[in-house]
Structures are given as structure tokens and as C-alpha cells.
Design a protein around this ligand. Structure first.
Ligand code: AVI
Length: 355
């Protein structure tokens, strides 16, 4: 499949993050959100701030860890079920819209099966996307490609030229789990507004499982997740000019069964005072900053969430252990509902094998 056809046309990459000055710059909104979180009685930082260049590299490393089963389990399901997914999604000749595309490789692994006419990569990191789209365009010269620089936690705006029928939104990796359920519902409803009866959403969802497995996935012995978590303080220092000292903080992750979510925090190792230009915050020893939730859904609860968002589950594929699900959803009433498929026997039959 690898071709080395040179790209002769400029790839359209539209940076929506820098295109709406009248509503206040996203940079201002980010600063305001970070300061509000730092001043809150229970301090918090939104998880989207993890992903600067180093944070993205650390996340890539997390996906390679033995303990972090999500990525390889999802990949195995997509690989084993790509034909069924293609048939059920009806994306052939349509538009594949990749949310949080990164290097686009996950979506590209489905190009041969899905046969989209058009590929739209949406990611907050425009510079990174330029490069990866060029690489993808060389490999797949027959697919019309567009890059959109956008923060997908904000309402999505799609340029008018993007195909309107047979749109398939692709949101893998269980990133939906990083929204609290109300936000997740709004996010899903927002996607539903972009699809008609021919469109669909293909989404990865991490499922509830034993607490020890979950805990290990977010607190690995190598300390990669700890570095990923701590790195957000470097980002904060850059954005708001604060003086967090990373050595003063430790990574904490645990499964909160009542909320069915992993929580990640940064905990002060000693009493510290953090300063920035317009203020300061004192943290007692042991006080925490909440940095991430990662919700784990029972399948029925996810189907119910889709329903509240005006969508319905059309098909679903899981691994043998039922650790992870890939769900195809449509607008409610758009197609006849079908039940969950049989668990997927992934390569070698083990859900936790490496790529
Ligand atoms: C991106 N997201 C789905 C990851 C997760 O599992 O919630 C982020 C992550 N946080 C710690 N490890 C990975």
C-alpha cells in the first residue's frame, strides 16, 4: 500500500483556534480557565493541558506500556472487525472525520476497509498535523484530505466544503471518558448535529473492570504516567507564568468506584506557595490538584448516554474479556437498532497482547 507519490498541491489546513478574534482568543480562554482552576477551593487543571509536545510524546509512551491495555485492545478490535465496521458504517465514498487525529495513523489503518472519499483530521496541534497529513496524503493520494486545527472540547465548526452525507466521525481511544458525563452528553449531541441519517459515529469506550487492572493502567511502575501528569505543571508555568517546582508534587491515581472513574491528581509533598503575576496559592502538604477523570462505562450505561445525546447504538464490538468496546452510533431513529455483536477474538485470543 505504501506509495511515494509526491504531493504537488498545498494541503488545506484550517486553524480555527486562531480564526475567531471577536470571541476572545483561545489563549485568553485557556489562561482564564487555568487561573480559575488554580483558585478553586479544590484546585483542578483540565486534562487538555497535558498535550504539549512532551506531553504528547509521554502519552505515546503510555500507550506502549504493558499496563495500559486500552490502545492495543482497541487496535485489535478494529483490526479484527474492520470489514464489519466498514459494512455497518456505510462510509464508502463518504467523509471520515478524525477527532483528535494526532498523526492520523489509527484512522489510516481503516482507510482500506472504510474507503472514504475524503479524510478530515481535527486536532489542536496544527503544526504537527501539517506534517502528518502530508505524509498520509503521499500514502493515500486518492483521498481528499483537510486538516482542521481545533480544540474539540469546544463546539465543532466544520468548513462548508466538507462533505455532508455519509460522514463518519471517528473518536477512538476512549477519550470520551475524559469528559464528565454531562459534558460527554453535550459533546456527543454536538457531533449528532453534524450528521444526517447517512452519517455515524465510531467511538472507542473503555469498560468497567477490576480496580487493580484499572489502577495499574494509570499508575505504572516505570513512572511514565507520573511524568505525563507532572508535565502539566511545566505547561502551566509557561502559560500563566507560575513557579511550580515539579519535585514538590507527586502523582496520585485511583479508581473511584462510586463514580466509575479513574481520578488523577497531583499531591503536594510539603506545604508550598505557588506564585504567578497576578496572584498566589498556598497548598498544604497532602493537598491535591485534580488533573483528570477517566470514566469507565458499563456497556448499557454508554448506550444510555448515547440515547440522552440523541444518538443510538447501532453496533458494538468488544474483545473477549469485554475490557474495551468500539461502538457505532447513529442519530436516534436513523436506522434500525441492532444489538451488541459477539466478543471479538483478538489476535492470539488475548486482549492484553502488544501490537
Ligand atoms: C486520552 N485518554 C483517553 C487517556 C485516558 O486513558 O484517559 C489519557 C491518559 N491519562 C493517563 N493515562 C492516559
Amino acid at each position: 500500500m505504501l506509495r511515494s507519490t509526491p504531493v504537488t498541491t498545498m494541503l488545506p489546513v484550517i486553524d480555527l483556534e486562531r480564526a475567531a478574534p471577536e470571541v476572545g482568543s483561545p489563549a485568553d480562554a485557556d489562561r482564564d480557565a487555568l487561573l480559575a482552576g488554580l483558585r478553586a477551593p479544590r484546585a483542578w487543571i483540565a486534562p487538555k493541558f497535558f498535550y504539549d509536545a512532551l506531553g504528547s510524546t509521554l502519552f505515546d509512551a503510555i500507550t506502549e506500556l504493558d499496563e495500559y491495555y486500552l490502545t492495543r485492545t482497541e487496535r485489535a478490535i478494529l483490526r479484527a472487525r474492520e470489514r464489519e465496521i466498514a459494512a455497518a458504517s456505510g462510509c464508502d465514498g463518504g467523509t471520515l472525520i478524525d477527532l483528535g487525529a494526532g498523526n492520523g495513523e489509527k484512522a489510516a489503518s481503516l482507510f482500506a476497509a472504510l474507503r472514504p472519499r475524503e479524510y478530515v483530521a481535527v486536532d489542536i496541534s496544527v503544526d504537527y498535523m501539517h506534517h502528518s497529513l502530508e505524509v498520509l496524503q503521499r500514502r493515500f493520494p486518492g483521498i481528499v484530505m483537510t486538516g482542521i486545527g481545533a480544540d474539540i472540547t469546544r463546539p465543532l465548526v466544520l468548513p462548508a466544503h466538507i462533505g455532508r452525507t455519509r460522514r463518519l466521525f471517528f473518536y477512538p481511544g476512549s477519550s470520551i471518558g475524559n469528559f464528565v458525563p454531562d459534558q460527554a452528553q453535550r459533546f456527543l449531541a454536538g457531533l449528532g448535529a453534524h450528521i444526517d441519517d447517512t452519517g455515524a459515529l465510531l467511538i472507542g469506550v473503555d469498560l468497567v473492570k477490576d480496580a487493580a487492572t484499572l489502577q495499574a493502567a494509570y499508575d505504572d511502575p516505570l513512572g511514565v504516567t507520573a511524568a505525563f501528569n507532572l508535565n502539566v505543571l511545566r505547561r502551566l508555568n509557561r502559560i500563566i507564568g507560575s513557579d511550580f517546582v515539579l519535585a514538590d508534587w507527586r502523582h496520585v491515581a485511583f479508581f473511584d468506584a462510586a463514580h466509575s472513574r479513574i481520578e488523577m491528581h497531583l499531591e503536594a509533598r510539603r506545604a508550598v506557595c505557588v506564585r504567578w503575576a497576578s496572584g498566589e496559592r498556598r497548598f498544604a502538604a497532602g493537598e491535591r490538584i485534580h488533573t483528570e477523570n477517566s470514566y469507565k462505562y458499563p456497556l448499557e450505561a454508554f448506550a444510555a448516554l448515547l440515547g440522552r445525546a440523541g444518538l443510538e447504538q447501532h453496533a458494538c464490538w468488544t474483545d473477549e474479556r469485554q475490557w474495551f468496546a468500539v461502538v457505532l452510533a447513529r442519530r436516534s431513529g436513523a436506522r434500525r437498532r441492532s444489538d451488541c455483536g459477539e466478543p471479538t477474538p483478538v489476535d492470539g485470543g488475548a486482549a492484553d497482547q502488544k501490537r
